[in-house]
Ligand binder design. Structure first.
Ligand code: MCA
Ligand code: AMP
Length: 511
C-alpha cells in the first residue's frame, strides 16, 4: 500500500545532496536537509514513544523558529494531527482551543508553561512540553535521546493532517480539518502553477500558525527542495538585505506596504527575484501599481481560505494571461469555483454573488461540528466560502466583499461577534458593534462603537484596556466610541454599513 503521508512526499523532494543548506536564519544559523531529516525523525520518535491514540492532536503555541517548523513536520511524519495556535492568543482563547480539540500533546514556550500547562492538564492532556526560539526546552531535551531514524507513519490521503481554527460569524471558533490529501494536492498544484524551479530561494517572513506561512510558503519551498531564508519576524530592513539572495517572496498586503516604505526598494534591490506573491487579504490596486513602478515586478495575487488552502491565482506564465491587479486570478487547476445568487442560481459573467468551491483541496469538515459542516456545504457538495465576488469576461475572479461579518487586519482575521461578545459582558454596556474601516498599514482595522445602559457611565479607553487583558493584541479595536445610540434598520438590526461609512476616514482619507 502506498503511503499518502504528506511528510513522505515532502521528504521525497529533498535534494540528493543532503548536506546542502535547507534553511538559513536571520541570526546566521544554517540547517542542512540532513538536519531537517534527522531532527524531524527524532521528534517523530519522541511523539511515537508517547503511545498516543490514533488521530491524536498536537497543539503548539510557540514563537517562530526552525525547530517549531520541524515539530510540524515531525507531527506529520509520526502520523498525528498538528494544531497551530497564534502566539498572540491569551488564556481564554487558548482554553477554548484546548478544551475543544482535546490535544494529547501541548507544546508552549517556557514563559507560558505555567498557565498553558494548567489549562492543558485540566483538559486531560497528559504531555506538555516547552519549546523556545533559542533551541531550548523540554521537547528538544527529550528528543535528543531518540533515534534519528524514522519511517513515516502510513497515512491515507483522507486522514487528517492538521486542524486550523477559524472563527465563526456567530458562536465559537471552528476547527477546519485538513487532510494529507488536501494539503499535498494543493502544494503540487502551486508548485507547477507558480513555476517553482531549481535554484529558487524563498524568503519566509510569515508566521507559521496559519495557512499562508505554514502551508503555502513552507510546502512550496520543501516540495521544490528549495532553500529558505527563515525570518523569525517580518522586518522590512532584514527582507531588504536578503532580497538579493532570494528569488521568491510571499506576504500579506501589509508586508508589501511596509516594504514600499523602504527607500532602497528599487529594481536593483530585486534583481534576482523571480516572483512576489500576495494574499490573505485584498491587495490594494495602489500597492500593486506602486510595486510595479518601483521594482518592475508585477505582484501575483492569489486567494484562499483556512478551509480550502489556495483556490485561485493570477497566472505566473504570461502565456496564460497577465496578472491583473484587483483580481485574484483564475481557479487553480482542479478547483471548481462558481458564483451563485441568493436563490442558488448561477450568476452570469460580471454579476456579483456568493463564491462556492469544490476540489481535492477542500477540507473534510469542522472538528466535531457535523451540523455546522452540513450548513456550509450546498446540497450538491460545494463549500460556501462566505466571500462575494464575480467572474469577468476573461475568467478572472474578483472578490468584492464578504457575506460573513469578518474584518481582515494585517492578514489576521477578526470576527466582530467575538469582540462584541466581550464588550457586551462588561459592566454598564448595553450593546456594541465592531466595524472594519480602512487603514494605511493593516488594510482594515476594527473600530468599536458602544452604547451604555441607562444611567451607566462608560469610558472608551477603559473598554479597550479591559479587552487587552483578554484578547490577542491584533483583535483589539484601534478606536472605541461611546455613543447614545446605534443606527438601526426597521427590523431593529444595527446598520454596520452606516457605522463603517461614518468612520471610514478615521485613519485614511478615502474618496
Ligand atoms: C500587529 N498589530 C496588529 C496586527 N499585527 N494590529 C492589527 N492587525 C494586525 N495584523 C498590532 C499589535 O496589536 C501591536 O499593537 C502592534 O501592532 C505591534 O505588534 P507586533 O506584533 O510587533 O506587530 P508586527 O510585528 O508589526 O506585525 C504586523 C504583521 C503581522 C507583520 C503585519 O500582523 C503579521 O505577520 N501578519 C501576517 C498574518 C498572516 O500570516 N496571515 C495569513 C493568514 P499594540 O502595541 O497596541 O499592542 S492565512 C489566510 O488568511 C488565508 C488562508 C490565506 O489566503 O493566506
Ligand atoms: P482565513 O479564515 O484566515 O482562512 O481567511 C480566509 C479569508 O481571507 C477568505 O475567505 C477571504 O475573505 C480572505 N482572503 C484571502 N485571500 C484574499 C485575497 N487575495 N483577496 C481578498 N480576500 C482574501
Amino acid at each position: 500500500m502506498s503511503n499518502e503521508n504528506l511528510f513522505a512526499a515532502l521528504r521525497a523532494a529533498f535534494p540528493q545532496d543532503l548536506d546542502a543548506i535547507a534553511v538559513e536564519t536571520d541570526s546566521g544559523l544554517t540547517y542542512s536537509w540532513r538536519d531537517l531529516d534527522r531532527a524531524t525523525a527524532m521528534m517523530a520518535n519522541l511523539l511515537a514513544s508517547l503511545k498516543l491514540p490514533a488521530g491524536a492532536r498536537v497543539a503548539v503555541q510557540v514563537e517562530k523558529s526552525v525547530e517549531a517548523m520541524m515539530l510540524y513536520l515531525a507531527t506529520l511524519r509520526a502520523g498525528y494531527v498538528f494544531l497551530p495556535l497564534n502566539t498572540a492568543y491569551q488564556s481564554a482563547e487558548i482554553e477554548y482551543f484546548i478544551e475543544n480539540a482535546e490535544p494529547s500533546v501541548v507544546v508552549c514556550t517556557s514563559r507560558n508553561f505555567g498557565w498553558v500547562s494548567k489549562i492543558a492538564f485540566k483538559a486531560g492532556t497528559k504531555n506538555v512540553f516547552t519549546l523556545d526560539d533559542d533551541r531550548t526546552g523540554s521537547l528538544l531535551e527529550r528528543a535528543t535521546h531518540c533515534s534519528d531514524k524514522h519511517t513515516p507513519a502510513v497515512k491515507k490521503a483522507d486522514d487528517m493532517a492538521a486542524i486550523l481554527y477559524t472563527s465563526g460569524t456567530t458562536g465559537r471558533s471552528k476547527g477546519a480539518m485538513l487532510t494529507h490529501g488536501n494539503l499535498l494536492s494543493n502544494a503540487k498544484v502551486l508548485k507547477d502553477y507558480w513555476g517553482w524551479k531549481k535554484g529558487d530561494v524563498l524568503i519566509h517572513a510569515l508566521p507559521i500558525f496559519h495557512v499562508h506561512g505554514l502551508f503555502v510558503a513552507l510546502h512550496g519551498a520543501l516540495l521544490n527542495g528549495s532553500k529558505m531564508i527563515w525570518l523569525a519576524k517580518f522586518d522590512p530592513k532584514v527582507v531588504m538585505r536578503k532580497l538579493p539572495e532570494a528569488t521568491v517572496f510571499m506576504g500579506v498586503p501589509t508586508l508589501y506596504v511596509r516594504l514600499l516604505a523602504e527607500p532602497g526598494l528599487n529594481r536593483e534591490s530585486v534583481r534576482n527575484m523571480r516572483l512576489f506573491i500576495a494574499g490573505s487579504a485584498p491587495l490594494l490596486i495602489e500597492t500593486f501599481t506602486e510595486w510595479q513602478e518601483r521594482t518592475g515586478h508585477t505582484i501575483l495575487e492569489r486567494y484562499g481560505m483556512s478551509e480550502t488552502a489556495m483556490l485561485t491565482s493570477n497566472p505566473y506564465d504570461p502565456k496564460q494571461g497577465e496578472r491583473r491587479g484587483g483580481t485574484v486570478g483564475f481557479p487553480l487547476p482542479g478547483v471548481g469555483l462558481r458564483v451563485r445568487d441568493d436563490k442558488g442560481e448561477a450568476c452570469p459573467t460580471g454579476e456579483i454573488g456568493g463564491i462556492e468551491v469544490k476540489g481535492p483541496n477542500v477540507f473534510k469538515g469542522y472538528w466535531r461540528m457535523p451540523e455546522k459542516t452540513k450548513e456550509e456545504f450546498t446540497n450538491d457538495g460545494w463549500f460556501r466560502t462566505g466571500d462575494v465576488g464575480k467572474y469577468d469576461e476573461r475568467g478572472y475572479v474578483t472578490i468584492v466583499g464578504r457575506s460573513k461579518d469578518l474584518i481582515i487586519s494585517g492578514g489576521y482575521n477578526v470576527y466582530p461577534a467575538e469582540i462584541e461578545g466581550y464588550i457586551n459582558e462588561m459592566p454598564g454596556v448595553a450593546e456594541s458593534a465592531l466595524v472594519g474601516v480602512p487603514h494605511p498599514d493593516f488594510g482594515e482595522v476594527g473600530v468599536a462603537v458602544v452604547i451604555a445602559k441607562p444611567g451607566a457611565k462608560l469610558d472608551a479607553d477603559g473598554i479597550v484596556a479591559a479587552l487587552k487583558q483578554k484578547l490577542a493584541n491584533f483583535k483589539i479595536p484601534k478606536r472605541c466610541f461611546v455613543v447614545d445610540e446605534l443606527p438601526r434598520n426597521t427590523m431593529g438590526k444595527v446598520q454596520k454599513n452606516l457605522l463603517r461609512a461614518q468612520h471610514k476616514d478615521l485613519f485614511v482619507k478615502t474618496a
